[in-house]
Design a protein around this ligand. Structure first.
Ligand SMILES: Cc1cc2nc3c(=O)[nH]c(=O)nc-3n(C[C@H](O)[C@H](O)[C@H](O)COP(=O)(O)O)c2cc1C
Length: 389
């Protein structure tokens, strides 16, 4: 079968065949490692898309090793996704480290802890306190540097062609990245953030609708896309949230988007670094089976529904700020693991989970999406759809 043609200006600029980007998905519960490692990124790039590494949790050394691994698996372009949250931009010096070492963990409100214990009882889970952390998250950040800054240095040294900011404006690094020829993408969930990242130097704005898996906003993809396009014109826009099929890809390209940034569809790819149970739960989910909750991180995150989320929502507590909510959830997550009830752990996925029914190699996913989108755009226009101006 001949390869379909499906190109946009993004393909020409980055040097890829199809306007399909695999999202830079970070760690999920139980692995500590990203879903989007070198294997997934390379498989997508080899198939003609743009593969992204979900780099947020990697130390500079780990990130460098992962980049080398992608290069050993493909000679095509790829990218790295990082988070530029304000706390990831603060340089950490000796003084700050000493102060942090002395600081007690934030004391959690007793009402929240009691509610968690009650929920455990309701779910028939024996309560166990989590063992103290031996490794501090981000303890690898080099003296005097920031979390994100030390990762960006690796991107520059390794001449990574594409960088995506999953959260926050690229502004602090945009000038240097551009001077090194790096193409900058930035994810947003509303128009205000789109304007911010555009003026912060993003070459492409990725508009992510609420359908998306993982952290997500409140506006649907089709409602968000034209508003973001208008706000950032002439900066090109990439669509995220719900793009898991050739049909959806054709749809967003028809709106004027230059590519699809796709997460959920690759969650069940053979190369996705996801626990088997989590892949199974996505494959058996219906479209209604995802729900947005602050339970796991303190921020709104779309997950496969489970009884723990339902109990948390029923109790009606306000989530704590991001770091504290993560602290709050540690004991119950540990208790869940001890009880062997892993189906209650975080299992981020988007609304398209309802249409993901089979495991496939990532390369096949890219090929099938490109084929279906090209068929729709090439044949339906002029036959099923008549249009002229
Ligand atoms: C398990 C999971 C982890 C994610 N981690 C990240 C991340 O680390 N950085 C990021 O920019 N986006 C992350 N996302 C969001 C994706 O980049 C993407 O925007 C989203 O999956 C697109 O919507 P879709 O799931 O409907 O395809 C994650 C999504 C999922 C499902």
């Amino acid at each position: 079968m001949s390869r379909p043609t499906l190109r946009t200006e993004l393909c020409d600029r980055i040097g890829i065949e199809y306007p399909i980007i695999s999202a830079g998905m970070g760690p999920v519960a139980g692995t500590g490692e990203p879903v989007a490692t070198a294997e997934l990124a390379a498989a997508v790039s080899n198939a003609g898309g743009l593969g992204m590494i979900g780099g947020v949790s990697y130390s500079p050394d780990q990130l460098r090793a992962e980049i080398h691994k992608v290069r050993s698996l493909t000679d095509r372009p790829f990218g790295v996704d990082l988070l530029l949250a304000p706390s990831f931009l603060i340089p950490i010096g000796k003084k700050e480290r000493a102060a942090a070492a002395k600081m007690k963990p934030p004391s959690l409100p007793s009402g929240h802890i009691e509610t968690m214990q009650k929920i455990a009882e309701e779910l028939d889970i024996e309560w166990h306190s989590a063992p103290p952390d031996t490794t501090e998250m981000g303890s690898w950040v080099p003296e005097g540097k920031s979390w994100a800054g030390s990762q960006i240095e690796v991107l520059l040294e390794e001449e990574v062609p594409v960088f995506a900011s999953g959260l926050g404006s690229p502004e602090p690094f945009a000038k240097t990245l551009k001077a090194h020829g790096v193409t900058i993408l930035a994810l947003v969930g509303n128009v205000r953030a789109a304007e911010q990242v555009r003026s912060g130097g993003a070459d492409y704005v990725v508009a992510q609708g609420t359908e998306a898996g993982g952290h997500t906003g409140r506006i649907g993809t089709l409602a968000l896309l034209p508003q973001v396009m208008e706000a950032v014109d002439p900066t090109p826009v990439i669509a995220a949230g719900g793009v898991s099929s050739g049909r959806a890809l054709a749809g967003i390209l028809a709106t004027g988007a230059v590519a699809g940034w796709c997460g959920s569809v690759f969650l069940v790819a053979d190369e996705a670094n996801q626990p088997e149970l989590q892949k199974e739960r996505i494959l058996s989910a219906a479209a209604e089976d995802t729900v947005v909750t602050r339970l796991y991180s303190g921020k709104t995150m779309r997950n496969i529904r489970n009884p723990l989320i339902e109990a948390w929502e029923r109790h009606g507590l306000d989530a704590l700020p991001m770091g504290q909510q993560a602290e709050l959830i540690k004991d119950i997550s540990h208790s869940i693991r001890v009880a062997g009830r892993e189906e209650l752990l975080m299992n981020a996925a988007g609304q398209t989970a309802g249409m993901l029914k089979q495991r496939r190699p990532a390369g096949q996913i890219v090929a099938e999406m490109a084929q279906e989108a090209a068929e729709i755009l090439a044949h339906d226009l002029g036959t099923r759809i008549q249009a002229s101006t």
